[in-house]
Design a protein around this ligand. Structure first.
Ligand code: COI
Length: 359
């Protein structure tokens, strides 16, 4: 168990008046969590301090070699005013998997959850009250050695910041247009596709920019070897309802194992759907569209929640989905998942975890 020292901010910031205009990840709460790692000593000095810039040497390893991992979670306010997290153990375990791949020392699952609970607890007044808005939580670890040698750092900082946020996409729950990327790739076997490391996102920006210039919200990545099979959209996993069955890429090393993804798969299976986790060729998706069998396409992610897709463009071919409207199953998944997260529906799965008032 961590011994977390708390230094409260003496100058609390003004909270946003209009929760419908929060956007995503734009404003930050009064405090942040910090913990240091030193080789030989392990993780130490867990503390909550006023939110502030971090003074870092320009030769800090993370600036040069991107030895960094992060997570994305949310805290939700329920009708009775309490605050809860969604499956924090899943994020904590995924953080460890990312850490292993990036040669970063692991944070024990219980310490990670304690730290998340503590920062949410102290800034609980920042958890939005409006429908669809929540407190986005961003835990991250970065290499803090000073020097330009390429090797695992001996010092790290674990930091958690929080941002009251609304929908990730400007479109909200309106279906988005997605460009199927056929030049750049996001991941390949043996690389870091399954981790949440900053480098994966840095490498994706170019394709995202080009797609945005063409009016698309996001890029759908194909596998990095044959550029044939659908993998994920940089900010979310993606699922296809074809002729009544649900298809999504398997998590075999190149796709991020999303917490929302696995929750949606559990719900779908509970409801009797056949969910096929495996290789799905983009050509087959387009063929299904031509045959009128591509019924729904939606993304899943912590930030994106459940996000309907209305159009896929691949090599000059276009698949229009659901007449531009959110599909029936996509809507039901969104309602059920958010219902559980915001405590409006009973949590029969034990997915939610209350943040008790302690600080
Ligand atoms: C999340 O869904 O939490 C993410 O980290 C995705 C990011 C692109 C916002």
């Amino acid at each position: 168990m961590l011994n977390i020292k708390v230094v409260r901010s003496k100058q609390l910031k003004e909270k946003p008046q209009d929760e419908t205009k929060l956007g995503f990840g734009k404003i930050f709460t009064d405090h942040m969590f910090l913990m240091d790692y030193t080789e030989g000593e392990g993780w130490h000095d867990a503390r909550i301090v006023p939110y502030a810039p971090l003074p870092l040497d320009p030769a800090t390893v993370v600036f040069h070699y991107a030895q960094e991992i992060f997570e994305g979670m949310k805290a939700y306010r329920t009708a009775d005013g309490s605050v809860q997290l969604f499956r924090p153990d899943c994020n904590a375990k995924r953080f460890q998997d990312s850490a292993d791949r990036l040669c970063i020392p692991r944070i024990p699952v219980e310490d990670y959850i304690q730290a998340v609970k503590a920062i949410v607890d102290i800034d609980r007044d920042w958890v939005p009250h409006s429908d669809g808005a929540s407190l986005y939580i961003r835990p991250f670890v970065f290499a803090n050695d000073v020097g330009l040698g390429v090797h695992a750092s001996k010092h790290y900082i674990f930091c958690i910041i929080c941002s009251p946020s609304g929908a990730y996409y400007a479109e909200g729950l309106d279906p988005v247009r997605i460009y199927v990327e056929d030049e750049y790739i996001r991941a390949a076997p043996g690389l870091t596709g399954f981790t949440k490391c900053g480098g994966n996102y840095a490498a994706s920006i170019k394709a995202g920019e080009l797609a945005e210039e063409k009016g698309f919200s996001q890029v759908l990545w194909l596998d990095g070897v044959e550029k044939k099979y659908v993998e994920e959209v940089g900010s979310m996993n993606i699922m296809f309802k074809i002729d009544g069955k649900i298809y999504t890429a398997a998590c075999t090393g190149t796709v991020l194992p999303g917490v929302t993804r696995r929750s949606i798969i559990e719900l779908l299976k509970d409801w009797g759907y056949e969910v096929i986790e495996g290789k799905l060729a983009i050509a087959d998706v387009m063929k299904a569209s031509e045959e009128g069998k591509l019924e729904e396409v939606f993304g899943t992610g912590t930030a994106a929640v459940v996000s309907p897709v209305k159009e896929l463009d691949w090599e000059g071919k276009v698949a229009y989905i659901g007449g531009g409207k959110i599909g029936e199953l996509t809507q039901k998944l969104y309602d059920t998942l958010t219902g559980i997260q915001w405590g409006k529906l009973p949590d029969t799965k034990g997915w939610t975890v209350k943040v008790e008032k302690q600080l």
